[in-house]
Design a protein around this ligand. Structure first.
Ligand SMILES: C[S@@+](CC[C@H](N)C(=O)[O-])C[C@H]1O[C@@H](n2cnc3c(N)ncnc32)[C@H](O)[C@@H]1O
Length: 287
């Protein structure tokens, strides 16, 4: 496991997403996750949507499925699952700015519901979801063991956990740790980056049964070429953007430059992107 050189607390993560609210929406839009390019000709929007569809398929999301979206960001995935799959979605984010954006889209929405809450103290009922999806938020959690145990607790028997995660290769070289992986964690406010094996073991330790693991690094890495291009364009075209990135005082602005490290880390295979699927043993009736 790669750890950031200083511990990352939920308050640091909240500040990261609140400070970078405009930056994220400008560079990523309302989906703060990788795209999945199954064909080279796909647009960013199609690739973004493809990742959501893959998660929905692996999590067995259908009409009426109660879904918990852990680290829901601006709620983009939650809205797709409600609108196009008929699911009932509860999304949790640690960022007030993200919840505000999601709520303003539909102030009276009861589905999805957006909560500002730390997943590690989520207070949700046990066995209440048939699917728990986690798109790129597990890396931020200060305690991965507790993260998995909360996922297992809120899942109903027979329910599925699907996690899309930034991972490190099994045995990163010393320089990859020092110049790429550790700085990516620190600057991106990630507590750490695990390996495929560590995620599988944590799922087992939480009482879940691993179903499958998909390494989709090659299909997602294009995301960072596109993001870096958007940042470069923003710097040229948008004065407020330039002001924030070049002259701002927030520590979190450094993340704009981290994009280049991430691109390189994927390029040489130091970073991986995986989708882990695990199931809670039992059947709906046994819950
Ligand atoms: C990279 S964003 C992904 C957002 C969303 N899943 C998406 O795909 O658009 C990471 C998300 O994890 C959330 N997050 C990080 N730590 C969290 C915690 N301890 N509890 C709840 N949410 C958390 C952040 O608020 C943010 O929404």
């Amino acid at each position: 496991m790669i750890h950031a050189s200083s511990h990352v607390q939920p308050a640091d993560v909240a500040a990261h997403y609140d400070d970078l609210d405009h930056f994220y929406r400008e560079v990523w839009g309302e989906h703060v996750h990788h795209g999945l390019w199954t064909e080279r000709s796909q647009t960013v929007e199609q690739a973004t949507r493809a990742l959501i569809d893959e998660v929905a398929k692996l999590a067995h999301v259908g009409p009426g499925t109660p879904v918990c979206d852990v680290g829901c960001g601006y709620g983009g995935t939650a809205r797709v699952l409600v609108r196009d799959y008929g699911a009932r979605v509860t999304g949790l984010t640690i960022s007030q700015a993200q919840q505000k954006y999601a709520r303003e889209l539909d102030p009276h929405s009861t589905n999805p519901v957006y909560l500002v809450r730390n997943w590690l103290e989520n207070g949700l009922n046990s066995r209440s979801f048939h699917a728990v999806i986690v798109i790129e938020s597990s890396e931020h959690m200060p305690d991965l063991r507790q993260f998995f145990s909360e996922c297992a607790r809120v899942l109903a028997p027979g329910g599925r956990l699907v996690i899309c995660a930034w991972l490190s290769r099994q045995h990163p070289r010393a320089w990859e740790r020092r110049f790429l992986l550790e700085p990516i964690c620190r600057e991106g406010r990630l507590e750490g980056m695990g390996t495929e094996g560590e995620y599988q073991q944590l799922a087992i330790d939480a009482g879940l049964r691993p179903v499958s693991f998909h390494d989709v690094s090659q299909a997602v890495k294009r995301t960072w070429t596109i993001c870096a291009g958007r940042v470069a364009r923003g710097l040229i075209q948008n004065p407020s953007y330039r002001q924030f990135l070049l002259h701002g005082t927030s520590f979190n602005r450094v993340f704009a430059w981290t994009l280049l490290r991430i691109r390189l880390a994927y390029g040489i295979g130091a970073m991986r992107y995986g989708i882990l699927v695990a199931e809670k043993p039992g059947t709906a009736e046994s819950g």
